[in-house]
Each structure stands twice: as C-alpha cells, then as structure tokens.
Ligand binder design. Structure first.
Ligand code: PCA
Length: 327
C-alpha cells in the first residue's frame, strides 16, 4: 500500500511540473535466524527502518526472523548466491570453511567486551577478504554476550561434563565436548527449547541472552559464568545487489550499518545484565565456576587454541599477534 502511495505522490509531483527522478524501488530479503524478541533481531529491525527512512522508502528491506526464510547454516550461502540479498549468521559456525571465522570462538582469548571489540578489529580485514571472495560484503558484526555453561546438574569440574548430552554450535564447541568426554549434539538456536524439553540435550555453552530468550531455566537449573569467549554474528549483503544500488542508497546502507554496529555492541552489554536477572528470576542458580572447573576449562581451551593456530596458519598467527598488540 505504502509503495503505491509513494508512486502516486511522485506522479502527482511530476504532473505538477516538478521534475522528479525516476523512483525505482528496490526490495531486499534479509534472512536471520533468531526470534524477533532477540536483541540482534531488534537491532536489525532498527537498521531496516533507518535504511527505509534514509532512502525515503526507495530501498525496502524485509527482515525474516527466526530462521523463517533459511536456517542459520544456510544463510551465508543464500547471500552468496543471491537467494537472499542480506543475511545474518553466526560466524564461528563456519570455522570449517575458514579458520578465521572461528577466531572469536577461541576459549579465553578475550576477557571482556573491550577486548572482544579489539579482536574484531584484528579479525575484520580477514573476514572482509574471505566474504568478498564469496560474493558478499560485511555490513556489521555484533557480539553475543559472553558464553557460559548451562546445565541440568551441578558442574564442579570437567569430569562432571562426562557423558552429558552437550549441545554444540561450532567445531570448537564440539571439540570441547569431545575433550571432556561429553556427547556433542548439534542443535540450532531455533530448536533449543524443543531439544531441551525432549531431553535431547542436558547442557550447553551459550549466552545469558539466549538463555533468557529460550527460557532455559524451565529445564536447566545451573548457570556457570565461565566467560569462555564472546562470539559474533555477521550481517552481510550480496555484492552484486549492493553494487546495483544508486550511490546515495549505498551510502545510506553503510551509514545505517555503522550505526547498527555501534548500537548492537552497546545493547549486547545491556542485554547481558538484564538477561542474567531474568535467569535468576526464573529460578536459575547463577554461579561463578569453581577453581577446578575454571582450571580444567583453561586446559581444554589451550588445546583448542593450539589446534586452531595450526589450522589457521600465517593469517591466524598474524591475527592473534595483531590482537595481542592492540590489547
Ligand atoms: N547464542 C547463539 C549463538 C551464541 C549465543 O549466545 C546460540 O546459542 O546459538
């Protein structure tokens, strides 16, 4: 309806002799994997609204939340092939494709959001170059809150994870599961609640935000703040689709993306704090890890980082060095 109104107004303006430019309208699909209530989704919605306002409706981006258009593992490829012009995906899930995608999933490399942002700056040139080769442009990337352990029973050491049905979302989380003798099961975020309700999983590592979004306290009672890593989503656009836009619209997209990145990192911190409160209210025990658990996880983490460095070669080494220098 809006579209017709806009054209009618433009036609009227032309009719009155006001020279109007041809008002080609572009429509994009934006595939995302998380529910509309999730903070990344809200941030993406704001991005979409900002672009619509800045282009006066000439670029209409339709977000598809909750993996309704493509499932998370399919989204990157969908943007690459142009089946969706834009998409949001979880970087570390793609580590098998290129180790660089997993840099923000390395255990205990960063200790807080400030360091996570510095790691992102070191990782960004590599991300941009790989994505470019895959026909897409990185628009923005926003961190999830720190990754912590949720479980259905007390976990005081790595030995307590033995045999646990352990939900994984990346090669690294699978490897950790293997090293501690858990039973790794790959489950997408969109299927988490169901997997918990049906007993397919008994524990996982994820953020407070995902815990609150999915009411994990209904099935799990323990939350250990191990702060293992701070991974990110990436929002990309198909390169051809972007390059086909008029310059002013490209600028509107870039500007709105920069604003989304800044706003997203800020809301990640806020959502972390509010989500922990939600977990507590839901009856979850929010606990620091025992000294033993922390020590065990660091040991496992060292193995994972070493293996990643071996795979990631010169680029991986340079990335970590650049990050360490920037700390
Ligand atoms: N939530 C998503 C990605 C990381 C996070 O905190 C998930 O668990 O799949």
């Amino acid at each position: 309806m809006k579209r017709r109104d806009f054209c009618a107004t433009a036609a009227l303006a032309t009719g009155f002799g006001i020279t109007g430019q041809a008002h080609a309208e572009t429509k994009w699909d934006f595939a995302t994997a998380y529910a509309a209530i999730n903070f990344h989704s809200k941030n993406n919605q704001q991005f979409v609204d900002d672009v619509a306002a800045a282009t006066k409706g000439a670029l209409k981006i339709q977000p598809h939340f909750g993996a309704s258009l493509f499932k998370m593992p399919e989204i990157k490829r969908a943007v690459q092939t142009g089946n969706a012009q834009m998409g949001e995906f979880f970087l570390v899930s793609f580590q098998n494709e290129a180790p660089i995608f997993g840099a923000d999933g390395l255990p205990f490399l960063v200790k807080d959001y400030d360091e996570a942002f510095k790691l992102y700056q070191a990782q960004k040139p590599y991300l941009e170059s790989i994505l470019d080769k895959q026909g897409q442009i990185l628009l923005y990337s926003v961190a999830w809150p720190p990754q912590n352990i949720f479980s259905n029973k007390p976990i005081n050491s790595a030995a307590d994870l033995k045999g646990l049905k352990w939900r994984v979302y990346s090669p690294t989380t699978a490897r950790i599961g293997e090293l501690v003798g858990a039973q790794p099961v790959t489950i997408q975020e969109a299927e988490l609640s169901q997997a918990l309700a049906t007993g397919v999983i008994e524990g996982l590592i994820t953020s407070s935000a995902t815990g609150a979004d999915n009411k994990l306290y209904e099935n799990l009672k323990y939350f250990y703040e191990v702060q293992a890593w701070i991974p990110k989503n990436a929002v990309t656009v198909n390169k051809k689709a972007f390059n086909a836009l008029p310059k002013a619209e490209q600028e509107a997209v870039r500007k709105s993306a920069a604003a989304a990145e800044e706003r997203g990192w800020k809301s990640s911190r806020e959502v972390n704090a509010s989500s922990i409160e939600t977990l507590k209210k839901g009856g979850m025990q929010v606990l620091p890890p025992s000294a033993q658990l922390a020590a065990d996880l660091h040991k496992v983490g060292d193995v994972v980082v070493k293996e990643w460095l071996e795979k990631a070669g010169a680029d991986g080494k340079a990335l970590v060095e650049a990050f360490n220098k920037s700390k």
